[in-house]
Design a protein around this ligand. Structure first.
Ligand SMILES: [Zn+2]
Ligand SMILES: [Zn+2]
Length: 249
């Protein structure tokens, strides 16, 4: 009976091949996770000490990195769940570029862990996804940051179920992206800041009554994008803008 089951399993695995998104090894077709066990272990939370402003690693300790001391960003604090490398990088690439929008739920779980450890994040009244340019969103079919914000909201809602608290709103229409700044990968820190300068705009003219909001992004590199968005939101009356991304590049 066992042999039959083994053959059956092998046959199904051939008909419905399933690979770990992290290392491409074959995993059983009914394996519920997109990663094998080894790749799961490789995703580690961002280790302290980090800059209390931008979340960059501070191997020599201290509170703030050189860059934040020199040019304090407009956001109060931004953190990433993990480093943009290994299986996390593969998950994000599949999520963004290969149409695997269903990964939003799993990835939002990483954001939730950071949210849970940071009280100011929990006091945010709204989650603000970093917008995509309309042409880019049309091409992709979705804004990955919006999907992350929606899934994070769902997880928080579930967490609050017994306490009766309400999860933050997803404020999807506060900002728009005017400039299509699709690829920043090859740019230096100064070039990135220049590239995103003026890339965003407020989508409305009223004063915003929110005390604090949390910007949601997939990958944060120099923090230039979060800084641009935070500047606009603060200019519109939001007192504190925080940032949360899946991975720091
Ligand atoms: Zn793997
Ligand atoms: Zn910093």
């Amino acid at each position: 009976m066992k042999t039959f089951k083994n053959y059956w399993q092998a046959g199904i695995n051939i008909l419905f091949p399933n690979q770990c998104l992290g290392c491409r090894t074959d995993i059983p077709y009914d394996h519920l996770s997109p990663l094998c066990a080894l790749c799961w272990e490789k995703i580690v939370p961002f280790a302290d000490p980090v800059c209390q402003k931008c979340g960059a690693p501070l191997p020599d300790g201290g509170r703030h990195c050189f860059s934040c001391k020199k040019n304090p960003p407009a956001f109060t604090k931004a953190l990433s769940a993990s480093i943009y490398a290994g299986p996390m990088k593969e998950l994000i690439r599949s999520f963004k570029y290969k149409g695997k929008d269903f990964l939003a739920c799993l990835l939002a779980g990483f954001l939730f862990k950071v949210w849970l450890r940071n009280e100011p994040f929990q006091d945010c009244e709204g989650l603000v996804p970093v917008p995509l340019h309309s042409a880019q969103e049309r091409e992709r079919g979705y804004n990955q940051s919006r999907l992350l914000a929606l899934e994070l909201q769902k997880i928080i809602q579930e967490y609050y179920l017994e306490s009766g608290r309400t999860a933050p709103l997803v404020l999807n229409n506060l900002l728009i992206r005017k400039k299509n700044t699709s690829s920043q990968t090859l740019l230096s820190k100064a070039e990135r800041a220049q590239n995103v300068a003026g890339a965003f705009a407020l989508n409305q003219t009223q004063k915003l009554e929110y005390r604090s909001v949390l910007l949601i992004d997939d990958v944060s590199t120099t923090g230039a994008t979060l800084n641009e968005c935070a500047q606009l939101l603060r200019g519109a009356g939001v007192q504190n803008v925080y940032g949360l991304s899946l991975a720091k590049d």
